[in-house]
Design a protein around this ligand. Structure first.
Ligand code: BG6
Length: 514
């Protein structure tokens, strides 16, 4: 009996993944934080769902010397600590038996030759060609030598032209400005063909972000109103209540613009604003995203009337507890000019969106952790329900809650029961948890699996990342010239600096309080 319709949609939609060829995943940066928190748990959960390809092997690669047995132990601990599903020995054992570790320097040619020999010997023992998936999860300073090592050792070229061709996943940040992103793209292109390359943005792997495409294009009711005639503004929020924690050193080099805006929020914008793609194949979707990113006008960079606001958190209260300000965090300079909050007002110059501001904001230590995309529609003509104390007509709003409380909400105006005509905004909710249960896969599960079958739809193409850097690089240059001028502070636990409120008032808009 086919019970696919009663299964979780993730599993039902994944039948194609059962066709992934035998694969060896090699993680560069095997002792890193991301490997423990996300990658190993993702592989474990795929094993739980029986979604790993047959003959799956895992090889950790890193600078420190770690025996295979110890790497397996570390992986087991990572699963116990970070997996969404509890650790089950019999499931992990099957993967652990095929898990190894290779020590070497990222710029050590010999180490890549050893890695190739390891892969060849696994392949020989299986008697079948195996695809290699290289996951570059290291600090960006060694992206280049790793890519070059994969090139010079011949690993990048293995089985090219077949369904077992090598693939590479590259973690963020992909460059730190337009020039370095272009340079990195050149290195990537000298070693791999674009279809072998998977630039990751884990937001694209989130269930709700994928659902945005379904909601937009599998329903007819939205398309007629999804344009400048009906939409007043779009607000995209990616707010976190956490601070930088132990990542101060990394964050000092990054800031909110590079860490969140250039990638995650710009991707959310692209999916919201793009034209319907001709199909869901990777190139069609990414062509549309690039087109809309290119249609964004250069930002107005001025302090009073400009399109950009930055802020840094000062000490404040989170969940009733006092937390330190950014410059008191570990690894952060006292005189740091790194922004922990950015808000932008973007204008998209195309037929659909001319005149509709897109507001983006992202910050650490904000009032709550929430990511959402809100489409705010124009107000109805006021002659029937003139605003008064009794009648307050709110703009209709369609909000996609990316996380937490995944779902969507429509805000409508409704009559309050009674003999007087009184109007109140009401909400219509769809909640994932209520409809589908709460066991939603993590973004990395989806993305690792997609890369194994070679589906790049949820990954970023080289030209996309450059289009996005082209927009934000002038902002960094401007900020560098300003030093600390124009940097506002906001109390930890608040909704960001006042300047961000002013950014919207100019257009008679207001940030939502999601
Ligand atoms: C990462 C950033 O890309 O995304 C982090 O480097 C941030 O600073 C994280 O905390 C947020 O991801 P999520 O999935 O928890 O919203």
């Amino acid at each position: 009996m086919d019970n696919s319709s009663s299964r979780h949609p993730f599993l039902a939609g994944l039948s194609k993944h059962r066709g992934a060829p035998p694969t060896i995943v090699v993680i560069f940066g095997a002792s890193g934080d991301l490997t423990a928190r996300k990658l190993i748990p993702a592989i474990y959960n795929l094993a739980c769902d029986n979604l790993l390809p047959s003959d799956f092997h895992l090889v950790g690669f890193g600078r420190s010397k770690v025996p295979d047995e110890e790497f397996r132990k570390l992986a087991e601990e990572a699963i116990t600590q970070f997996s969404r599903r509890p650790y089950q020995e019999e499931i992990w054992k099957r993967v652990a038996e095929r898990t190894f570790y290779e020590a070497g320097g990222y710029d050590e040619g010999e180490a890549f030759v050893r890695l190739r020999e390891r892969i060849e010997s696994i392949e020989k023992s299986l008697g079948n060609p195996v695809q290699s998936l290289f996951y570059v999860s290291t600090p960006p300073s060694v992206f280049r030598p790793i890519l070059e090592g994969l090139g010079s050792s011949g690993l990048a070229k293995r089985h090219r032209g077949t369904d077992r061709a090598s693939k590479v996943i590259i973690e963020k940040p992909f460059g730190r400005d337009l020039a370095s992103a272009q340079e990195l793209n050149r290195v990537v292109a000298s070693v791999f063909e674009e279809k072998q390359v998977f630039r990751i943005d884990h937001y694209l792997g989130k269930e709700t972000v994928q659902d945005l495409l379904v909601q937009r294009f599998a329903n007819t009711i939205f398309e007629p109103i999804w344009n400048r005639r009906y939409v007043d503004c779009v607000q995209i929020t990616v707010a976190e209540d956490l601070g930088v924690g132990t990542r101060g050193g990394y964050y000092e080099q990054s800031g909110a613009m590079r860490d969140m805006i250039q990638n995650h929020t710009m991707q959310l914008l692209a999916l919201t604003a793009m034209e319907p793609p001709v199909s869901l194949d990777p190139e069609s979707v990414r062509d549309e995203k690039v087109k809309v990113l290119k249609a964004i006008r250069p930002l107005d960079l001025s302090l009073e009337e400009g399109d950009v606001v930055r802020g840094q958190y000062a000490e404040g209260l989170i969940g009733g507890k006092k937390v330190p300000g950014y410059t008191q965090e570990q690894g952060v300079k006292e005189e740091s000019t790194t922004e922990t909050y950015t808000a932008l007002r973007l204008k998209i110059s195309n037929w659909r969106w001319e005149g509709v501001p897109f507001y983006l904001r992202s910050g650490k230590r904000m009032a709550r952790r929430v990511s959402e995309i809100a489409i705010q529609f124009k107000r109805p003509p006021g002659h029937l329900f003139a605003e008064s104390d009794l009648i307050q007509v709110s703009p209709n709003t369609l909000a996609f809650q990316i996380q937490p409380d995944e779902g969507s909400t429509v805000l409508l105006n409704s009559k309050i029961p009674g003999l007087e005509t009184r109007v109140q905004p009401v909400k219509m909710h769809f909640r994932y948890k209520t409809t589908f249960g709460s066991n939603t896969p993590e973004a990395y599960e989806r993305l690792v699996l997609d890369a194994m079958i070679g589906d790049g739809t949820l990954f970023i193409r080289g030209d996309e990342t450059e289009a996005s850097w082209k927009l934000v690089t002038p902002v960094h240059e401007w900020w560098n010239s300003l030093g600390i001028r124009g940097m506002e502070t906001y109390a930890a636990g608040s909704w960001g600096p006042l300047a961000a409120e002013r950014l919207l008032w100019k257009n008679k808009h207001q940030w939502r309080r999601p």
